[in-house]
Design a protein. Structure first.
Lengths: 255, 670, 316
């Protein structure tokens, strides 16, 4: 049976206004709300779809961040067979090189045939997890995947190219795929189903001792986009704005 | 002295008539009971147990009110009169027969004036019946309202009950034509018919022979009707009263039951017949197919796949078709027949706005909404929900509001309010204002919410809000069927509320009002004093805390929100407030408990709309515009502003009517 | 290590992608600080002519049958050798569905650092845009060869056009491939080619429901344009893939791009930053779309759309 490993991480929720820490080189974690990286959510969904279609075993592995338990139990409620949490110093955030190294170390023991991960995360500053994980494990990497089919020791994947073009690729397993979108949007899991899982399922914990961030650059300065670069904002009520827009349309020459 | 004659003109050569009359009737009765038991036993053999034996005195009262007096049936004039004349006539005939039996065998009393009265009443009700039957025939074959099931089964029943009564009348008329007693006037109907036989000069012998023939026929039609009762449409005569007797008494209509548990403690989600309770199955058998729910249903009128009548009948039909398979397979085999998704389609269940109009009009007290929510709960567990609803639920789980906005933005509308509104989580207040999602987050409602704050401040009200501590109250989350999320929201709100010091909760949203009033109390938090802002305004006006500086003089109409009106009976407070501002209210034809739903309830506002012919909100605007001289449509629910402002646009009535919140009138008049 | 800045030229089906020119412009800014040359790296088969319009000091041209179509492992192998032999100061990759596959793997394989989502180079500092465009982050070059993935928006493609530069063939070794291209699946034939429209009404999550798309279409009709969308709308199945603008959708450059309820995350912005006039309507004042728009209005699009339709009808 094909064993699929999915890696997930939490990223800043962009619904919240982001603030910069006093250091000026990182996000202020106090007010930060973390949510599942939506691409990882798609990766989990794709793994469950493969499980339903071809009877794979699905393991989800993720670093210990605030709120990760919910994400893991939700994955279990969707049908993940095993959920693993990397326990270590993840609170202040780690870069993707470091995360990929620890994931790779744990993954070697699990020995999956296929690894799915979100193709990117909104806070990626040093590239994304997938390619590093693939390389540290000596696996092949293909990113921007929307659609996976398993055929023996090969995966047929649909990779998105610019301009709406899709390439159908044959990838020899084991491989890491960076998922852009699952074949269906991630399913809804009723809250009581997740709560049920919290009683029934357990999270395996793996201790992570040191995190090696080499490969990422140090951020020398972080800031919110400057107001000067922003659009000229139209004021007034809706009618006034509408009238001004029509004027602009005329200036541009589209009316 | 005149005395009741038994078995007049019935020959005794075949033995005493009592013997074969009672034999036939007891046999018929036995067959009827046996057949009825066979049908009724399916309810508890297939359905889950549910205690409905408490508060017997109230149950008997419900029985008298709804089954005997038939107050709900009478809520509609023509069909009401039609039905009660037939039903009451039969009650009287049954009583008359019983009295005759008592007279025969136990206690003789039917002579003299008592007999005259007895005969007179029975005769009058014969006429009453004939009026009712005539109305029924006219309704079924001339009026043919769309909501009625025009099935031969109903024709058969109507023919049977009419033939029985006409048989009785003829029998009597033959007897009177032969005897021509001095007291024949006490049977006026029979006496008038008897005049016919006298006029045609029929001989006593032929009259006695006709009498014997019709009497025998009458006896057999009665027996036949009794025997076929449990398998025909007259079954409702048994199941209807049972359904009223067993109607839910343990909670108000505004409170849903939690997810039921099996004996082993597992949650039950209604997807199969065996997941329903015996009472829910009885609902199916009790349905008279009168179609009042269909007429009242906003989803049906809008052309969605939901027809509440068909929904209940699907349960009945499924029970008849699949009960044997369910009982044989213990109901739990994987291939046992399914109900939801198969006999009851998902889109049917999702079309419901939970407005409660169907439940309100049902003459036999069927509980449609509870069953729909039970089935929705199953769909939610399966993840079988549309993408928009999924988004809304995910947002509610993550941010506590359906808008997907940060909880820190919840009180953004209050930024410009001066003086700053108290944080009820930090300092004690008299009134804790539970603002609700729409009033807090919807940009179109910001001004109205600010006006509400302004009115409260001008009335010197000691009030506060929960700021980011408030979460969606969960009323519609629960009605969507997402019970776990509802519980989570309740927990979060209870946490914020328990940290606050207040005397009364006041809500903007009728949906929040309903949940806080009925559904939070059952979550172990005692009773709160909860007011809708229309009630609070009413009190403040009465106490003089709100003083008006001018009379507005508008001619307006008022729309009753379902969860304020039908669910909680608050009809007068908002009307008093409107009148106090100096406006004249012109009622729409569908007002108060007949008020039409705007279409947003039960989580519909979060779902994909699907195919509709005319949205309920558009139908409502047309109704309002048709009123003479009304140009303001007053609402008392934030969602209504959104729904009706849209409907005014889509119906192109911007020139004719504007939608205003109650608070806007109050604010303007102050 | 030398001071040259390498730019991995991205091309698809015989056309140089705009991002390649943008990278050349960024590389030029960086090379001025490092004092090296801007070197284009062109891989493929029979594509030497694509070098003609590149504003590079020189172009290294590697040719192999395995490079005829882009597959990540073939490109990785070809580039790994080239980079470790020449040790440039920095290597630019497109932050595209092609470039990121290669850059990430090479960063790990060669143990060289990578910085992503670079918008521009300011005085030798790499300025990146992260968190859906809501945060800017700066970093300097590492001590070793540094990989930089570039997003559009900081430079115009014309700034990277020029040449023709001197083309030097290089030998590349490509073997033992794990990924094979089976076929291309062409985008559905679109009823409308949004890349050819002068006016685009773009909708995003803010449109809320499928039914509301009608409103955008009405606007489109009045303005003589078409409706396009960001990814979530297409993922919902509300509009065909051919209408998607962004990283894996279309790159559009209309005269007017009216963005309704689009937050403007980089994945979307990449497809539309080159539009002549971007006007953004969004209720969220922090939406990054306002960073790329010429005009913006912080209102609920549903409140604005009716008055706007009316005003347009009047104007006609």
């Amino acid at each position: 049976m094909t064993h699929i490993l999915v890696t997930a991480k939490l990223v800043p929720d962009l619904v919240e206004e982001l603030e910069i820490a006093e250091s000026g080189t990182a996000l202020d974690m106090t007010w930060l709300r973390l949510i599942i990286n939506e691409f990882d959510d798609h990766a989990i969904e794709q793994a469950i779809i493969l499980k339903e279609r071809s009877g794979c075993e699905v393991t989800v592995i993720a670093p210990d961040q605030e709120g990760m338990d919910d994400v893991l139990f939700t994955a279990a409620a969707k049908g993940a067979d095993r959920i693993i949490k990397l326990v270590g110093d993840f609170e202040e955030g780690v870069n993707n090189h470091a995360l990929a190294r620890t994931l790779a170390a744990s993954t070697k023991e699990i020995g999956p045939d296929l690894i799915l991960t979100g193709v990117q995360g909104n806070d990626d500053f040093d590239g994304s997890v997938g390619p590093y994980l693939a390389e540290y494990l000596g696996m092949t990497y293909v990113g921007y995947v929307a659609g996976v089919t398993l055929e023996g020791d090969k995966a047929i994947v649909h990779k998105e190219y610019p301009g709406g073009l899709i390439a159908e690729l044959e990838v020899t397993l084991p491989a890491v795929l960076g998922i852009q979108a699952a074949e269906q949007p991630p399913r809804y899991v009723a809250v009581s189903k997740v709560r049920q899982m919290m009683k029934e399922a357990s999270i395996d914990e793996v201790d992570v001792l040191d995190l090696d961030p080499s490969g990422g650059l140090e951020i020398s300065s972080m800031y919110l986009p400057e107001a000067a670069e922003r659009a000229e904002m139209l004021d007034g009520d809706e009618e006034e704005i509408a009238a001004r827009l029509v004027e602009i349309f005329k200036e541009i020459g589209v009316v | 002295m005149p005395e009741r004659v038994n078995y007049w003109g019935i020959p005794h050569e075949w033995g005493p008539p009592e013997l074969y009359v009672y034999t036939i009737m007891f046999l018929a009765g036995f067959i009827m009971l046996f057949r009825f038991y066979k049908q009724a036993s399916l309810w508890w053999k297939v359905g889950r147990p549910e205690p409905r034996w408490d508060k017997l005195h109230i149950r008997f009262w419900k029985f008298i009110q709804y089954a005997i007096v038939q107050t709900k049936v009478l809520n509609e004039r023509y069909p009401g009169v039609m039905h009660v004349t037939i039903a009451w006539a039969y009650f009287i005939f049954f009583l008359g027969t019983a009295l005759a039996t008592i007279h025969d065998h136990f206690f003789e009393f039917l002579f003299g004036n008592a007999l005259f009265a007895y005969k007179f009443v029975l005769d009058i009700f014969t006429v009453v019946f004939l009026v009712g039957a005539g109305m029924a025939i006219y309704r079924r074959y001339a009026q043919k309202p769309k909501r009625l099931t025009l099935d031969p089964g109903f024709t058969r029943s109507l023919v049977m009950v009419t033939v029985i009564v006409i048989g009785g009348l003829l029998t009597e008329s033959f007897r009177l034509a032969v005897d021509q007693p001095a007291w024949a006037w006490s049977s006026p109907a029979g006496w008038i018919v008897a005049q016919l036989w006298i006029a045609i000069g029929a001989s006593d012998t032929s009259l006695i022979n006709w009498h014997l023939g019709i009497w025998t026929f009458h006896l057999l039609t009665v027996a036949g009707t009794i025997i076929t009762l449990p398998v025909g449409t007259l079954l409702h005569g048994l199941t209807g009263p049972l359904n009223m007797f067993f109607a839910k008494l343990d909670r108000p209509t505004g409170e849903l039951a939690p997810i039921p548990l099996t004996a082993a403690g597992d949650q039950v989600f209604a997807s199969k017949l065996s997941d329903l309770t015996w009472k829910q199955l009885l609902d199916g058998d009790a349905c008279t197919e009168c179609g009042r729910c269909q007429d009242a249903c906003p989803a049906y009128a809008a052309g969605t796949p939901l027809n509440p009548k068909e929904l209940i009948l699907s349960i009945r039909d499924a029970l008849r078709a699949d009960a044997a398979a369910v009982i044989g397979g213990n109901g739990d085999t994987p291939d046992s027949p399914t109900l939801v998704g198969d006999k009851i389609k998902e889109e049917v269940l999702w079309s419901c706005t939970t407005c409660g109009a169907c439940v309100d009009v049902c003459p036999v007290l069927i509980e449609h909404v509870d069953t729909i929510v039970d089935m929705r709960r199953y769909l939610v567990m399966e993840g079988a929900i549309d993408a928009e609803l999924q988004g809304a639920l995910a947002n509610l789980g993550r941010y506590g509001n359906s808008f997907g906005k940060s909880d820190r933005m919840r009180a953004r509308w209050a930024k410009g309010v001066d003086p700053k509104i108290k944080d009820a989580g930090r300092e004690p207040v008299d009134y804790l204002w539970f603002v609700g999602d729409y009033a807090s987050y919807s940009p179109t409602l910001t001004e109205i919410t600010q006006q509400t704050a302004d009115v409260f401040q001008k009335a010197d009200l000691d009030f506060g809000i929960l700021y980011k501590g408030e979460n969606h109250a969960g009323n519609d989350v629960r009605r969507v069927g997402e019970e776990g999320l509802f519980e989570m929201l309740v927990e979060k709100n209870l946490k914020a509320l328990s940290r606050s010091d207040f005397k009364t909760i006041v809500t903007t949203d009728p949906h929040s009002y309903n949940a806080l009033k009925h559904e939070y109390a059952s979550n172990g938090n005692g009773e709160w004093h909860v007011l809708h802002y229309s009630q609070l305004l009413d009190q403040l006006i009465a106490s003089g805390q709100i003083k008006f500086s001018k009379k507005l003089g508008y001619k307006v109409t008022y729309h009753d929100p379902c969860y304020l009106g039908r669910y909680n009976g608050i009809y007068d407070a908002p009307r008093r407030v409107i009148e106090a501002t100096g406006c004249e209210i012109v009622e729409m034809p569908r007002n108060r408990d007949k008020g039409l739903c705007c279409g947003a309830g039960g989580g519909r506002i979060w779902m994909e709309e699907g195919e509709v012919t005319e949205r309920p909100s558009e139908s409502r605007i047309h109704e309002a515009v048709a009123l003479n001289g009304v140009d303001i449509f007053v609402v008392a629910c934030p969602k209504d502003i959104t729904m009706y402002a849209d409907a005014v646009k889509t119906t192109g009535q911007e020139e004719n009517i504007v939608v205003k919140d109650l608070i806007e009138l109050v604010h303007e008049a102050m | 290590m030398n001071n040259d800045i390498y730019v991995v030229i991205e091309h698809l089906r015989g056309q140089v992608a705009d991002i390649s020119y943008i990278m050349l412009a960024a590389a030029r800014d960086l090379a001025q600080v490092t004092g090296g040359e801007v070197v284009g790296v062109l891989l493929g088969q029979d594509v030497k002519a694509l070098a003609d319009n590149l504003a590079a000091d020189k172009v290294l041209y590697g040719e192999d049958a395995a490079l005829a179509e882009f597959t990540s492992d073939a490109y990785q192998l070809a580039l790994a050798g080239l980079i470790s032999e020449n040790e440039p100061r920095a290597v630019f990759f497109g932050s595209t569905t092609i470039g990121t596959d290669v850059a990430g793997v090479l960063s790990a394989r060669l143990d060289l650092p990578l910085v992503s989502s670079c918008l521009k180079i300011a005085d030798g500092v790499i300025v990146s845009q992260i968190c859906g465009g809501k945060i800017m982050a700066e970093s300097g070059l590492a001590d070793t060869t540094t990989f930089i993935t570039v997003i559009p928006g900081g430079y115009k493609p014309e700034e990277g056009q020029g040449g023709p530069p001197e083309v030097t063939p290089v030998s590349v070794t490509v073997a033992d491939l794990k990924v094979a291209l089976k076929k291309y699946i062409e985008p559905e034939v679109a009823d409308v080619d949004i890349t050819k429209e002068d006016v685009l009404i773009a909708i995003g999550r803010g449109i809320q429901t499928e039914d509301n798309i009608e409103l955008a279409e009405e606007l489109g009709e009045l303005l003589g344009g078409a409706v396009c969308a960001s990814r979530p709308i297409v993922d919902q199945g509300w509009l065909p893939t051919a209408r998607m603008v962004g990283k894996s959708g279309q790159i559009v450059k209309p005269k007017l791009y009216l963005a309704l309820g689009i937050s403007g995350a980089p994945e979307h912005a990449e497809g539309m930053v080159e539009a002549e006039n971007i006007i953004a309507i969004n209720i969220d004042p922090g939406a990054p779309i306002f960073d790329v728009a010429k005009y913006g209005a912080e209102v609920d699009l549903f409140d604005l759309i009716d008055p706007l339709i009316e005003a347009l009808e009047e104007a006609r």
